[in-house]
Ligand binder design. Structure first.
Ligand code: VG1
Ligand code: CO
Length: 543
């Protein structure tokens, strides 16, 4: 095998964010850009010679080119085998499962997730470790340091792999196995959920729409929902992955999946609607006339998980990212199980899951998952919902109302200000930090600040510390404002403002969310000066 060493010079901007390295596609298309990053990752790994590397992707523009490059670099560096999904397709949770199932050394996922795809949109690469989860900060920090000094990469000169054909090929001395992206994942889902009960529900006329948003979950949803569970053909829409996601934005929220929302709120609504994002790790859940916020969904799934065979023995604990509402905390309290609050990003759940301290994790950004893989998992959440609906024989609306009547309701919204000038956004955050010390005890419009801090996470498993993870201002009535800057954007800065207010079990559960949070929304602007500093009169996206 002829290994070539190519001299290269560092790029200054290869710092991984919340979930891998994300940039505009043309940035990734520069000569040596992918090569440098992939080699930098490999340079930070130990003991991979002869081992297996998994490569997944969401089918977006430039995936095919990047996959061939990574295969050649993996071969040159001495990996023994690469497993790659047919057509380059392998969802993020699917990749996590393949890594775990085949005890691979690690894997790359080529995706910018919910960001749009195409030659003038976004691209991304993230590395997952042997537990199947995103590389922890210790590794991503080392990778970034390496990218700033890298001066060579290794590559073999070999013909391109035929990604269309399932089976075994070779790249130099390395074996390349092109696998069915769905089969192992579908088999895993069958071990967790009561497929016969869900199939019986479909057979009795239960109607659903799943919007794959032209992204990676199309093949998974067709096979599992329609072929295995017998949902009528046409249940899955936009089910063929496309390099630019049909020109859309594969983010399953009320803005980009508005058609689905309108359908579920309309006169001919099916019983259940769901969607997933670019790489298949997020989920949107909407019942007939009932949108379920991701924070509520986490709490509901945790409370009802034992209805599914995979969780019949109960759950060990729950973890949620800091900005996610405290709805799940009330479930954990009632169950008497551990509850953890982590920084944003799935990489912080890995240690808790590995240690067996939590079973279910979630984020307000439409990510929920469990210990079955080490990523959030869109279809898993959909299937758990279906299992719960089949077992309880109630509508989504009835189940949600019942939950609020038991635990109370956490009114919750997130306001995003996209593409804000980065200097202005950073100053806004710095000034907020400067105010923190003086905020506690201060009264605003009748509510008093109980605490104000910049969230620091102390990982209870490995003792590591992650500081500056978002500014929290908590009020004496239990409501809360959180501010943080996104770590997944590719243009300017995105300011996220998270707002939450608790209404007890016997309280009012039918208020409009934005009205219920009206006072807090005003306060969030007053404290941070968002409108004045950014010149924006309203958020770009409200979820
Ligand atoms: C966002 C979400 C976060 C999620 C991350 C990756 O990060 O807020 O909860 O884990 O995206 O999701 P940020 O830093 O932009 O707020 V995915 O589905 O885009 O990989
Ligand atoms: Co995603």
């Amino acid at each position: 095998m002829a290994v070539t060493t190519i001299n290269t010079t560092p790029f200054a901007d290869q710092k991984p964010g919340t979930s891998g390295l994300r940039k505009r596609t043309p940035v990734f298309m520069q000569a040596n850009y992918v090569e440098n990053f992939v080699q930098a990752v490999i340079d930070c790994l130990d003991g991979f010679k002869g081992k297996t590397l998994v490569i997944g992707g969401d089918g977006r523009y430039h995936n095919d080119v990047a996959i061939q490059t990574i295969i050649r670099i993996a071969a040159a560096n001495g990996f023994g085998k690469v497993m790659v999904g047919q057509g380059g397709i392998l969802s993020t949770p699917g990749t996590s499962h393949i890594i775990r199932h085949y005890k691979a050394f690690g894997g790359f996922v080529l995706s910018a997730s919910h960001n749009p795809g195409g030659p003038n949109a976004d691209f991304g690469i993230k590395y997952n470790v042997g537990n199947g989860g995103p590389a922890p900060e210790k590794i991503t920090d080392a990778v970034f340091a390496r990218t700033t000094v890298i001066d060579r990469y290794l590559i073999v000169d070999a013909p391109a792999i035929d990604l269309g054909s399932i089976g075994t090929q070779k790249c130099g001395d390395m074996i390349v196995e092109v696998i069915d992206p769905v089969a192992d994942y579908a088999a895993l889902m069958q071990t967790l959920f009561d497929f016969p009960a869900i199939a019986a529900m479909f057979a009795s006329g239960f109607r659903m729409r799943f919007d794959a948003m032209h992204a990676v979950t199309g093949p998974y949803a067709h096979r599992i929902l329609e072929d295995m569970l017998g949902a009528p053909k046409g249940t899955v829409i936009n089910g063929t992955p496309s390099p630019d996601f049909g020109g859309g934005h594969p983010d399953p929220n009320l803005v980009y999946a508005k058609d689905l929302y309108d359908l579920l709120m309309g006169p001919d609504a099916p019983d259940f609607g769901a969607a997933s994002d670019g790489d298949g790790d997020r989920n949107l859940i909407i019942g007939r006339n009932r949108f379920v916020t991701p924070s509520d969904s986490l709490a509901l799934l945790a409370a009802n998980a034992p209805l599914a065979p995979g969780y019949a023995g109960g759950i060990a604990g729950i973890a949620r990212s800091m900005p996610t509402s405290a709805a799940a905390d009330r479930v954990a309290e009632k169950l008497g199980i551990e509850m953890h609050e982590t920084p944003t990003g799935w990489k912080f759940f890995g240690n808790l899951l590995d240690a067996g301290r939590v079973t279910i994790c979630g984020e307000e950004s439409a990510g929920t998952g469990s210990n079955h893989v080490r990523e959030k998992d869109g279809l898993w959440a959909v299937l758990l919902w279906l299992n719960i609906l089949a077992a309880r024989k109630q509508s989504v609306d009835e189940i949600v109302r019942d939950h609020w009547a038991t635990y109370g309701r956490n009114y919750y919204t997130r306001h995003d200000y996209d593409e804000v000038d980065a200097t202005i956004a950073n100053m806004l955050m710095d000034d907020l930090r400067g105010q923190l010390a003086g905020l506690a005890g201060k009264a605003f419009d009748g509510v008093t600040v109980a605490y104000a801090d910049d969230f620091t996470y102390h990982d209870p498993v490995d003792g590591s510390t992650s500081a500056k993870q978002g500014i929290r201002i908590g009020f004496s009535d239990g409501s809360r404002i959180v501010y943080r800057l996104s770590g997944t954007g590719t243009v300017g800065a995105t300011l996220r403002v998270y707002l939450e207010r608790y209404e007890p079990a016997h309280g009012q559960h039918d208020l409009d969310t934005q009205s219920a949070l009206f006072v807090l929304i005003g306060l969030a602007d007053r404290i941070a000066g968002i409108r004045e500093r950014t010149g924006r009169t309203e958020p770009s996206v409200i979820t």
